[in-house]
Design a protein around this ligand. Structure first.
Ligand SMILES: [Fe+2]
Length: 196
């Protein structure tokens, strides 16, 4: 089950929030047709709508990140590029309606779950923290979002490394390598061990 839009996903920008809501609605459509038969023409129309909407949304979100001087703009842009690329590939390699449904569901699911809920949420986390530092007196008025911690493994048995968002982005999007000081092997991201 895909999550529904909730105010807690707000990034404090009405335009972007509205776009995110619309994307949740489009994703719900994708989920709905994954259980029933659908004509390929209908499916293609939904994909085209989704794709066009995502492109506009990414541009607007990037403009917003630029305006607030978001420090992880380049990595975030790269994520957008990867999502757009995987959607183009999906549209180009349609084998059957079922194949398309399955792949689209994966993209939408990982896009919504991993991108809006994790990475877009970090835009607001960063903004709020920066804002609160500047206006210390008001800090208790707003609910504080906890920073996300990412789990990585090395070759040491059962050892989990808890990594900050900043380092996680460096490893995933700037191709940086971080080694375990004990076993000296590269840290590998463990999605399943990272809490949402
Ligand atoms: Fe984004």
């Amino acid at each position: 089950m895909l999550p529904e839009w909730d105010q807690k996903y707000s990034i404090n920008n009405p335009k972007i929030d509205l776009q995110h809501q619309k994307l949740f609605e489009l994703a719900a459509k994708v989920e709905e047709f994954s259980d029933r038969s659908i004509y390929q023409i209908e499916l293609k129309k939904i994909i085209a709508d989704f794709f066009n909407y995502i492109k506009i949304h990414f541009q607007d979100e990037e403009t917003y990140m630029h305006e607030i001087n978001y420090p992880y703009l380049s990595q975030h842009k790269l994520m957008h590029k990867q999502i757009t690329h995987s959607m183009i590939k999906l549209i180009q390699n349609i084998k059957s309606t079922n194949d398309l449904k399955e792949k689209l569901y994966t993209i939408v699911n990982s896009w919504l779950i991993e991108h809006i809920l994790q990475h877009d949420a970090m835009i607001e986390y960063w903004r709020k923290n920066t804002h609160e530092k500047n206006q210390k007196n008001n800090s208790d008025k707003e609910e504080t979002i906890k920073p996300r911690i990412f789990s990585y493994q090395c070759q040491c048995e059962g050892r989990i490394h808890k990594i900050s968002y900043e380092i996680h982005l460096k490893i995933q999007y700037s191709k940086a390598k971080f080694k375990c000081k004990k076993c000296l092997t590269d840290l590998v991201y463990c999605k399943d061990l990272t809490e949402n």
